[in-house]
Design a protein around this ligand. Sequence first.
Ligand SMILES: [Zn+2]
Length: 415
Amino acid sequence: MRFYFPDSQDLVSPGYNFQHDEYPPSRVRQRDDLYAHEILDAPPYSGLLVSKSIVDGAMKGSGKYTGAQRARLYRLGIRGFFRLPDSIESLGDNGAFNYADELVPPVTVEETLDFYEGCGFDAGVSVDHIIFGYDPLASLEKVDPAWAERRRITLRLAEEFITRVTDQGLKLKPVGAAQGWSPASYADSVRQLQAMGYRRIALGGMVPLKTKDILECLQAIDLVRSPTTELHLLGITRVESMDAFSEYGVTSFDSTSAFRQAFMDDRNNFHTEHESFIALRVPQVDGNPTLKRAILAGRVSQKEAIAQERVCLRALREFDGSDQAIQRALTELGAYESICQVKKSYLGEYKRTLDAAPWSDCKCSLCRKLGIEIAIFRGTERNKRRGFHNMSVLASKMKKLKSNTLVSTTRSNNG
Ligand SMILES: [Zn+2]
């Protein structure tokens, strides 16, 4: 089972000073900052998924690249730009989510192939159009016409895509996108994509589905799937179900969830192999909008806020795991919570995190180097490092999957 990480230009600065919260003065972002595969001991993913809409930013809120970065990506190619080791595959797609509101995809097959070829991707997903709806009882004919139309568009574009790849003799490995609204419609999409010549198929639109529904779709697909066809699940982690998915030909998936939970989730910020913990929130006085407003309105003294922020950080940095240290950290976190006028207190959850001190048991290079800093919810450098740590935990959970042991045995048997 292979995991692909969707790129969103997430890098960290290796020279960041955590004591003073300062970047090195000479830092040049793209040159000096590091990707997860560069800063961890071992890359936490076997592939990088890069979306055209993230790079080109054609749609609202989608672009993450500056003009200069985009030009550099085209000039250096995907391997050079991301400094990818040979072990990591590059997979391109359109980022269909970003144009899901449009009636038809605002991008042509030719433009998509120009992007894949221009950047030198190893593999690329055909242009697709997401169907936002699931109804296992709808048939292929009796269904919301908009859903049927989106599936037709996806299949038509997939046919054009593989035809162009073949006719132009491209090295790019074509991956067919399958959309559907039910087990039968997904199975029919896979059947048609195989007939076009696809041996690798990405299943889209399954993110909101329950695991049971995904399994039902995979079972239906399995009845038409050629034994050599490999399936990719777009946007789905669910490690606990990966062994079950792999029985039906799923060999890869991509997801940002382990990474994003580090700073987007209310509680599950720091993962370990068996559980997850809340990170310790010590927002920067200048970086916290609620606090800033309270200071401007004169309800909170800025001086006091800055002083408590420092006391809080010191209590955490001096943390040695003793009961006394836990108590002191909780007192200072609580005092800072009141200054920040938080709507709900997390002190109960903080106690659990401090009791377990999970960073001290983690073998990843980031936890070893940073200690408790990685568990502090504060600014992008700590938060992204915690996200990278979460991905390394995901990688080690995946190593223990039955399906992974099977893949590695088969590979070594084949030489
Ligand atoms: Zn770690």
